[in-house]
Design a protein around this ligand. Structure first.
Ligand code: DX5
Ligand code: ZN
Length: 555
């Protein structure tokens, strides 16, 4: 089984957009904490929780307790995406008579706990778990607590009791975003260490300084520590927690408050403030502009691919791009599913497998079994029927579905019916066959055209730029509409993969900021550009944005 990466990714994005829609319409609400837990919610709703939106009180359902109830928009948006009610209802958030209030309430189907007063959710969850034990039920209870609410003594009383009663049907997430209402947690009541000054970035980066896991260990809990925005890490941690017997588990998820919206990230002000309605469309575009980097390991030492995977993982790549060549579809031969099977245990990072092989329908299941998370096949060697078969095999195995087209291939007519469920489209910008070739310039125009076409056809996946992508052209590729970027010779072919990935990200960030400035300008001229830039208070963002705006001829 794959990770179901894009299935989760797409819904997390949709839920974030609904949060913005709801809070903007209400004029109040809590975006910061809704966004820090967005990926956690996504993994729970779209991979683990057992529920039936048509029968919200189904006795055997798993329970999700949102103890940090002020982040209710983050829960409601997922309930809507999961089908408990119409997505348009999110616009009734916090309105009189609506079931979607500022804090979760039983009026809303799917809500298990009226979180509002903080610190109570863990005790409530423990009660649920003990009741299930008495009733001989084996549903699981997932609870999300905040780091701010961990100031409450009751959290620790519940922690002691859960461990005493060996409650292993309880998995808790600590949304560790280092910010509580109005200020940094480490200033109000440190869970790790007292914050001196204003800069939490060092504290966030330096894992050696995190101690909150030790507190929970001392209370007898199984503790897992992860990056709470990486889908693969969340999935792995939940799977591990579910296997541990005789002990409750807590997943300490390091998160960023306001994650995915630059001006909200790490800024305590965005704990509980609504965006200005003028700004919301810019945020919406920003959410559409998340990008991913996928280093291609064939650009490295082919005799030691294990090391290439490790270099990519060390560089914190989003995916690992695996170019499979069979010596027939393309003249070269690289490796096949047997090699992928050997590489799989080295990392949890999603394997983005690009099959440059003839007859993919014959072999695709081998690649599923080898542990690939995304599998892309070439349009040139598929037709409606074989791609349909591949599409279904991948979907039923939680593997994301990709289609690739060569530089001289257009999207085939038969592919149109798959567009709404397609996860990834690779637009090749070199003739497939080897890394290190020059980017074919005509791909820019082609990508822009296809990007527009796909938007009209309700494509929810991402375009991947593959072939000759480097620091000189990546910004243009982004502006064309690509959101995933393969880097062979420009990343893996370089000495320091980590630095190259950082450089790729910097360029992408620059292009994204430029696009958002343009958007602000088109909506409200220089006034809105300035207003939007002013929101970027943390660190050096504002100065950098002003520079970009100036370069682009605005402000
Ligand atoms: C080409 C492959 C690409 C390629 C990337 O057939 O699909 O993934 O190896 O390498 P660069 O970035 O060097 O073109
Ligand atoms: Zn490739």
């Amino acid at each position: 089984m794959g990770l179901n990466y894009y299935h989760i990714f797409k819904r997390v994005k949709e839920a974030r957009k609904l949060v913005i829609k709801g809070i903007t319409a209400a004029g109040s609400g809590h975006p910061g904490g809704s966004f820090s837990m967005a990926e956690i919610m996504g993994c729970l709703f779209y991979k683990f929780l057992k529920y039936d939106p048509k029968n919200p009180l189904w006795p055997d359902r798993d329970r999700l307790v949102l103890s940090k109830g002020h982040a209710s928009p983050g829960l409601f948006s997922n309930l809507a995406v999961a089908g408990y009610f119409e997505k348009s209802e999110i616009e009734t958030l916090r309105k009189l008579g609506s079931k979607l209030q500022g804090h979760p309430d039983f009026k809303c189907p799917g809500v298990e706990f009226c979180g509002g007063s903080l610190g109570l959710g863990l005790s409530f969850s423990l009660g649920m778990a003990l009741a299930a034990r008495i009733d001989k039920k084996n549903h699981h209870i997932y609870t999300i607590i905040g780091d701010g609410e961990s100031n409450e003594g009751q959290v620790w009383e519940a922690a002691m009791a859960a461990s005493k009663y060996k409650v292993d049907s309880l998995t808790v997430f600590l949304d560790r975003n280092f910010i509580q209402q109005d200020d940094y947690t480490e200033r109000v009541m440190p869970l790790d260490e007292e914050l001196v000054g204003d800069d939490i970035s060092e504290m966030w980066k330096n894992a050696a300084r995190w101690k909150v896991g030790d507190k929970w260990r001392a209370f007898g809990w199984n503790v897992l520590e992860i990056d709470g925005h990486r889908i693969e890490q969340i999935v792995k941690a939940i799977n591990t927690a579910l296997q541990v017997k005789g002990t409750p588990s807590i997943i300490v998820a390091r998160t960023i408050k306001g994650k995915s919206v630059e001006h909200m990230e790490d800024n305590p002000k965005w704990h509980g403030v609504a965006p200005n309605p003028q700004i919301s469309p810019i945020i919406d575009l920003e959410l559409d502009c998340q990008f991913l980097i996928s280093p291609s390991i064939i650009a490295g030492d082919m005799t030691n691919l294990e090391n290439e995977v490790k270099r990519a993982a060390h560089g914190r790549s989003d995916f690992i791009h695996l170019d499979v060549m069979d010596g027939m579809f393309v003249p070269n031969k690289t490796f096949d599913y047997e090699k992928i099977k050997q590489l799989r245990p080295l990392t949890t990072i999603p394997f983005d497998t690009h099959l440059m092989i003839n007859d993919p329908v014959k072999y695709v299941k081998n690649y599923v079994d080898a542990g690939c998370d995304i599998i892309t096949v070439h349009a040139e060697v598929c037709d409606e029927s074989s791609f349909g078969e591949i599409h279904d095999v991948l979907h039923s195995n939680d593997v994301s579905v990709g289609l690739a087209i060569n530089p001289d291939t257009e999207l085939p007519v038969w592919s149109e019916k798959f567009i709404p469920t397609l996860d990834q489209l690779i637009i090749m910008s070199v003739i497939p066959g080897k890394s290190g070739q020059k980017y074919i310039e005509a791909t820019h125009e082609k990508t822009q055209r296809i990007y527009k076409f796909l938007q009209d056809k309700k494509f929810e996946g991402l375009i991947e730029a593959d072939g000759g992508v480097d620091l000189t052209n990546i910004e243009s590729c982004f502006l064309d509409g690509a959101r995933v970027f393969v880097g062979g010779s420009a990343i893996i072919g370089q000495k320091d993969v980590r630095i190259m990935i950082c450089e790729f990200r910097k360029k992408l960030m620059h292009a994204r900021r430029k696009l958002l400035i343009q958007k602000a300008h088109s909506l409200g001229g220089n006034d809105l550009v300035n207003k939007w830039i002013d929101l970027h208070e943390v660190g050096k963002k504002k100065t950098e944005l002003l520079q970009i705006a100036k370069e682009a001829g605005f402000v």
